[in-house]
Design a protein around this ligand. Structure first.
Ligand SMILES: [Zn+2]
Length: 337
């Protein structure tokens, strides 16, 4: 990273400390959940590791105040075990939170603020890919009772709800069940996440959804041409709904040549230039990506985003929004207290 002046460094450190920093996607639960059951987990949440990207010590060092933990089962529809695997990952989420004083599961906007005040990391539970629901809205309701507050209908495959990016040939819309699920999520207070959904289903969500939805870990297709990133039209539509997109650190989504923290912030610039500072946040995809941008090697490096924003002369208010304020607005709108 190019150097900041002493004054800029102090300003960046202060803003990062004062801001409530939100990251809406990581795959750390995959690393914490033993497979097969009974074998030792690859990592523990409370122990600082020199592999992977997220554990409690590194979240604390990076000033991350609210971390979403995704339950991604890797199972396709029709493959048995998606629900069991999801329940095992949810169990590990709670056991690991119980075992560590510095992190607490949260279910509402107020609880996120309370956790931050208490100096604890707020942990949000998400389902990535609706395979564990087995096409049953009763399971959706039970998962909500278990603490799930964010859901994407698809990883990259087709589910009973929608098509993912690798199943887009039909250019389909949400299924009837997908529309029902959307309404049930609005009633319960579950955030809809459109990262990984096919482009045609994205546009169906835009038509059907009232209020905000998010793309928890997707960048700009105009800056880096990848199907997992959003087109400018999609970004405008998401912003029209009051939504937020979280910047993904996967190098292939950031830059085809060399991914760096500066290039990640180029994606932020692109969103801000188009729709203003209220619709962009962070969705690292840590522990779900094999390599990382230069300057964002793990969660402890999150302050480098703030440093780059300060270098580019973003206002204090705008930096605070981008680091988490925008997501807090959506959580306040959707998550019932
Ligand atoms: Zn993902």
């Amino acid at each position: 990273m190019t150097k900041l002046t002493k004054k800029q460094e102090e300003r960046a450190a202060r803003i990062h400390r004062e801001a409530l920093v939100v990251d809406t996607h990581c795959d750390t639960l995959m690393k914490l959940t033993p497979q097969p059951r009974g074998s030792p987990p690859a990592r523990r949440l409370g122990e600082r590791s020199d592999t992977g990207h997220i554990d409690l010590p590194r979240l604390q060092e990076g000033g991350v105040d609210c971390q979403t933990f995704a339950v991604y089962t890797g199972k396709r529809v029709g493959q048995p075990g998606a629900t069991l695997r999801a329940l095992q990952m949810i169990d590990v989420f709670f056991c690991e939170c119980d075992a560590n004083d510095g992190i607490v599961p949260v279910y509402s906007h107020d609880e996120i603020l309370k956790a931050e005040k208490a100096g604890k990391v707020a942990a949000l539970l998400a389902i990535e890919g609706a395979e564990p629901l087995q096409g049953d809205l009763g399971v959706l309701r039970v998962l909500h009772r278990l603490g799930v507050r964010m859901l994407s209908f698809t990883w990259n495959w087709r589910t009973p709800f929608a098509d993912g990016l690798d199943a887009k040939r039909s250019e389909g819309k949400l299924t009837d069940l997908g529309v029902e699920a959307l309404r049930e999520m609005e009633r319960l207070g579950i955030v809809l996440d459109v990262s990984h959904i096919s482009d045609s289903c994205f546009w169906d969500v835009v038509d059907l959804k009232s209020g905000a939805f998010i793309a928890s870990h997707s960048n700009c297709r105009d800056v880096c041409d990848h199907q997992r990133n959003l087109t400018d039209d999609m970004i405008r539509a998401l912003a029209d709904h009051g939504g937020v997109m979280g910047m993904n650190f996967a190098p292939s989504f950031v830059d085809k040549d060399e991914a760096t923290v500066e290039r990640v912030v180029d994606h932020i610039d692109h969103v801000v230039d188009m729709v203003g500072p209220d619709h962009v946040g962070l969705g690292s995809d840590f522990d779900g990506i094999g390599s990382t941008p230069v300057g964002l090697e793990d969660a402890s490096k999150m302050p480098n985003i703030t440093r780059e924003l300060v270098k580019r002369e973003y206002s204090d208010d705008d930096v605070v929004k981008i680091l988490g304020g925008n997501y807090l607005r959506v959580f306040k709108e959707i998550l019932q207290d």
